[in-house]
Design a protein around this ligand. Sequence first.
Ligand code: GA4
Length: 331
Amino acid sequence: MVVLSQPALENLSHISTCKFPSTNFYEGIPVIDLFKPEANTEIVKACQEFGFFKVINHGVPLEFITKLEGEAVKFFNLPQPEKEKVRPAKPFGYGNKRIGQNGDVGWIEYLLLNTNPELVYEKAVTIPGDSELFWSCVNDYVSAVRSMACDVLDMIADGLKIGPRNVLSRLLRDEKSDAVFRLNHYPPCPELQALSGRNLIGFGEHTDPQIISVVRSNNTSGLQISLKDGTWVSVPPDQYSFFINVGDSLQVMTNGRFRSVKHRVFADGLKSRVSMIYLGGPPLDEKIAPLSSLMEEGEESLYKEFTWCEYKKSAYKTRLGDNRLKFFEKS
Ligand code: GA4
């Protein structure tokens, strides 16, 4: 079980709140067993309908997950001045309440890390205590999760009946793949919940700019996704499974067939939520465009041409809740 110390209730007027019916879970989230032969088609269907699904039988060793969670809890439990010794998340490091550089805030603290082997030395983030142990846990976890994400992308190619099979996964396997990894801690907000029955927004609504994101959290609720009709639903937590989000880049590469899913996170009233997210992006110079093998005769791209670097630069100038793809849609 995760036990973390609670921060004092500070002036929270700048962080939005909302009624969060945490027990009212949505039961319609697709669950994909990666061992089943039908997984390919089920994943494609889930990406079209929801842009989101849960995977079981994922093959990521539980040991990697629990070790990294232990390191994350150790870090977030440090006294505030110790945590602030880590370089600020501009772009990589420790962040507290501020998200990105454009004024977004939430009831969250986090470590934002770059896991690209080429940049690791240049942008290395040192963690108080045993930083080497911390990084070895991150690397074990990220390698296993990346490999599972690549399997999922290969199954997507199979399900879409396009080739080569690694047309998507090669982008994450590339040593220049621009992947980001975040460890999030959403402290509970018991006083606020007791006073008003409301919960604090931990991470406001947004889509992920990358290709695919793999989320794992402890057994605390908080994650919500937006369905096609705009309804927000709560995702039942499951510490033994992973949740996968379609990102903006995969929406473009499938020419809008897949949905980049809007999601947000509330802080729980009583429990700490700790999540770990691998966001798999392509190399910076990669062109993001609909896959030619998927396009039907006469079908035109819905998007202007751009590279991942161009999209990322533009996305990082936006606010969390903005529609980042709209600048790249053909009118
Ligand atoms: C959303 C997905 C990832 O967490 C992230 C976020 C990034 C950040 O936290 O710095 C951004 C956000 C995310 C999209 C818009 C910009 C950039 C905060 C923000 C307001 C690491 C990412 O790649 O894009």
